[in-house]
Design a protein around this ligand. Structure first.
Ligand SMILES: Nc1ncnc2c1ncn2[C@@H]1O[C@H](COP(=O)(O)OP(=O)(O)OP(=O)(O)O)[C@@H](O)[C@H]1O
Ligand SMILES: [Mg+2]
Length: 273
């Protein structure tokens, strides 16, 4: 088991140029648990994740890793403890899958960069777990969107960090591979105690897999807590401007959101509408 790392944001203000995108955001990420972040397009989810990963400096406030300001910690130390899979990662042109995944091991090497059997084992496990071992010799450029996404997840896994931040890890994946990835992240959380923070657009999968759900709106925290408390029809309306019905997922009892569009209004006889 890895030590549970705590990650928190205090009074964060983030922006680009003269635009403030995220403001007054205070957030605690429970160590050793799975946190999902949901919110409308452009509300600041990726911006916040970049800041949690130390890639974007706050205009105000702090990000704390184990109680220490992450921007004051050495880069390599942060890289060994915390990994980020960005929303649209860019692979070096022509790079082979195995080479890309092996780059995940870089933070573990000292200046002499000696390759160890531990590195080999971490890479083999990451390829196996993401069902990408058969792609190892292929060029990343020539993979399908879903294959490429799984390779990036393999790279993130190979880092074996205590905290893993993933920005829409299930994008491009078919339903079966979405479930595979979320099951895999759950395995990682349960077997190694890895703290997982992921942005997801599928509210139902977020509610099913997360221990802790964070809803953002307009660059601020709208609600955070147990998925059953956070994911209500009121939240969906406030965060997405969408009417919905929320019922218990018959499989898990977690919230299941049924969006109500203009063409699918509740039937008139339906008393639960
Ligand atoms: N590098 C950048 N420079 C300038 N503006 C940016 C940059 N990155 C993001 N933004 C702006 O910041 C706002 C929030 O973007 P962000 O990527 O954080 O949204 P998001 O919640 O992740 O959205 P999505 O669900 O579409 O991924 C948007 O208005 C976006 O245009
Ligand atoms: Mg985003």
């Amino acid at each position: 088991m890895t030590a549970d790392r705590t990650l928190a944001a205090e009074g964060l203000r983030l922006g680009y140029g003269d635009r403030v995108i995220v403001d007054d955001l205070t957030l605690g990420v429970p160590g050793g648990r799975i946190t999902a972040i949901v919110g409308a397009n452009a509300c600041g989810k990726s911006t916040m994740l970049k800041s949690l990963a130390r890639l974007l400096s706050p205009r105000a406030g702090r990000v704390l890793l184990d109680g220490k300001d992450i921007h004051r910690l050495p880069t390599k130390q942060v890289a060994r403890q915390l990994g980020l899979l960005p929303q649209s990662p860019i692979a070096p042109e022509g790079i082979a899958v195995s080479d890309l995944v092996s780059r995940g091991r870089t933070p573990h090497h000292g200046p002499l960069a000696r390759w160890t059997t531990e590195d080999d084992a971490a890479i083999a496990h990451a390829l196996e777990a993401t069902d990408t071992a058969a792609l190892a010799d292929r060029s990343v450029d020539e993979l399908s969107g879903g294959q490429r996404q799984r390779v990036w997840i393999a790279m993130a896994l190979a880092q074996q960090t205590d905290v893993l931040l993933l920005d829409e890890p299930t994008t491009f994946l078919d339903v079966s591979h979405q479930i595979d990835v979320l099951d895999l992240l759950t395995d990682l959380n349960r077997s190694r105690g890895t703290t997982i923070v992921m942005v997801l657009h599928d509210l139902n999968l977020a509610a099913r897999y997360a221990d802790h759900l964070v809803a953002m709106a307009g660059g601020r925290l709208y609600a955070a807590g147990d998925p059953g408390d956070v994911l209500t029809a009121d939240t969906v309306r406030a965060v997405f401007g969408l009417d919905s019905r929320v019922i218990p997922d018959p499989l898990t009892g977690r919230p299941l959101v049924l969006p109500i569009g203009r063409h699918h209004v509740p039937a008139p006889h339906d008393a639960t509408a």
